[in-house]
Structure formats: C-alpha cells, structure tokens
Design a protein. Structure first.
Length: 121
C-alpha cells in the first residue's frame, strides 16, 4: 500500500512539474511577444524601414533629375543663357516681364485693397 502511494505521488509530481514547465514557457512566450521588444516593436520597425526606403527612392529620383539638369546646363548654351537671365533677372530689349504676387499660403483669397476715391477737382 505504501508503494502505491509513492507511485501516485511520483506521477502527480511529474505532472505538476510538466504543468509548471509548460506554464513557464507559455508565460515567457507571452512576455516575449507582447513586451517592449515583441511584435509591436517588430511591426513598427518594418513600417519605419518602408518609410525610409520610400524616402531613399525619392532622393535617388531627385539626384537623377539634378544630374540631368547639370548635364543640360553644361552642354546647352541656350539652357545656360536662360538660367543666367532667370537668376540675374535680365531682359532682352523689347521684352516685358510680369511679376505676380505670391498666393497666400493658407489657401484663402487675398483681401482686396481698399480704394480711395479720387479727389474732386
């Protein structure tokens, strides 16, 4: 009879041990997935990587356009002349330039300037 009790206790203690081990592993897994270095952080890193890749692609495109512009300026005298005239605001004889006011940045319409009536003669 004592032998039977010992065997029952051994089986129960082994089961408790396995239950304890499984519980600890599950708890560690839960903390690893939900903790500060878990799935949320992993998804945030993937989002950040995608955003940086898009920015890099945009910068590559801008660099390509600028290289093409520099090449055009190096090879074309008409492009050089237009750029010089634009930067120095030069005009050829007989040309007229119109300078328009900048549009407001907030998207609203500019306020009309009050007109003063001409004095009576």
């Amino acid at each position: 009879m004592a032998q039977l009790y010992r065997e029952i206790l051994a089986v129960l203690s082994r089961r408790k041990g396995w239950v304890l081990v499984v519980t600890l592993v599950a708890g560690y897994g839960w903390i690893a997935l939900r903790g500060p270095q878990g799935l949320g952080a992993l998804f945030e890193k993937h989002r950040e990587i995608r955003q940086l890749e898009e920015q890099n692609a945009q910068k590559v495109h801008e660099n390509k356009e600028r290289r093409e512009r520099v090449e055009r300026l190096e090879n074309s005298t008409s492009e050089q002349e237009m750029e010089i005239r634009k930067q120095l605001k030069l005009l050829r004889p007989g040309e007229t330039t119109f300078i328009l006011p900048d549009a407001p940045k907030d998207g609203s319409k500019p306020e009309p300037q009050p007109q003063t009536p001409a004095p009576a003669p």
